[in-house]
Design a protein around this ligand. Structure first.
Ligand SMILES: [Zn+2]
Length: 325
């Protein structure tokens, strides 16, 4: 984009600010009702009796059941089948199309902020009135160059009382160019390996990854009954003890089962990609990759030996190689 093109693009872009998403406030498909609330509460594991126990609610300060505030946005949403067929165009889809036409085809939802002002009660109809509230100036992020756009939806009931607001922020950006394909001439220039998605490290598994960074594969062992377990988790499945220590695996193993992953191809992995369940000599199993072998030669029962290796700029992982017979 030349500076002139960018100026013309932005001039029209900022005319979207303030536009409504719907020609008139969008009414909830169903009145607020006990069945949908119960389903939502079950799925979310929310046991608050204010939502589902009519008797309890009757004796509460409110005197009646209320809808979980976080359900606010659910009442006005199309079902999955309708959404999959394509929603009718609205203020937001027009803006997204405008971005897409100019190369800003990447989309990343970044924040949702909800504020609640009143409770929705059984029988209420909720009306969603939404606008494009804000479009940022052009920003350069790790994802690429683009703009943050923010919608503001206000939800009111049939009496016009404000139930809550929701701000939704999306980054629309120009995705970085795909790395060039290796020349077919046999030029062996090593392509830069993109970083894989990192495994989250929490209290229950951080220790395992920290050891892996030092080149060791540890297997968790129950201190009470000595049962090995992998992947790491807080409690023994045999005796429910939460006391554990670990042993270091020799990474001698055997292929218990495997698949060759074809689709979808994830950045950071080399294809053909063999994903295998490896029976370790210690007596437990681990899911890992088998490398250093033609994918057609991989067989169940094959002896393998693991090595902890750096697979991208930031990731150490065990990989298993065939053991020469
Ligand atoms: Zn145990």
């Amino acid at each position: 984009m030349t500076p002139e093109e960018r100026q013309a693009f932005e001039e029209e872009l900022y005319t979207f600010v303030g536009r409504p998403l719907h020609p008139e406030p969008k009414r909830s498909y169903d009145a607020v009702n006990e069945a949908m609330i119960r389903h939502w509460a079950e799925v979310m594991g929310d046991k608050n009796p204010a939502y589902t126990n009519a008797e309890w609610a009757a004796s509460s300060r409110r005197g009646e059941l209320i809808a979980p505030p976080a359900m606010m946005y659910a009442w006005n949403q199309e079902g999955y089948a309708v959404a999959a067929e394509g929603r009718p165009s609205d203020g937001l889809s027009d803006l997204v199309a405008y971005f897409d036409q100019h190369g800003f085809t990447g989309s990343l939802g970044t924040n949702v902020d909800q504020e609640f002002f009143a409770e929705a009660k059984i029988g209420d109809a909720l009306f969603e009135d939404a606008i494009i509230e804000e479009i940022s100036e052009q920003k350069v992020t790790a994802r690429g160059r683009g703009y943050f756009l923010q919608t503001l939806a206000k939800f009111t009931n049939q009496s016009g009382e404000l139930i809550g607001t929701q701000r939704f922020r999306v980054f629309k950006f120009i995705p970085p160019e795909a790395p060039p394909k290796a020349a077919a001439s046999g030029a062996s220039e090593e392509l830069e390996v993109p970083t894989r998605i990192h495994a989250p490290r929490g209290q229950d598994n951080g220790w395992w990854w920290d050891a892996c960074d030092e080149g060791k594969v540890l297997i968790q062992r129950c201190k009470n009954c000595q049962t090995l377990r992998h992947p790491p988790r807080p409690m023994c499945g045999e005796c429910q003890s939460t006391d554990w220590d670990s042993v270091q695996s020799t990474l001698d193993g055997e292929i218990f089962s495997f698949v060759e992953m074809h689709y979808p191809k994830f950045p950071g992995y080399k294809y053909p990609l063999i994903v295998a369940v490896i029976s370790l000599a210690e007596g437990t199993r681990i899911i890992s990759n088998v490398v250093g072998i033609d994918s057609q030669d991989v067989k169940i029962g094959m002896k393998v030996k693991g090595k902890v290796e750096q697979v991208d700029e930031k990731t150490m992982l065990p990989q298993f190689y065939p053991v020469e017979a």
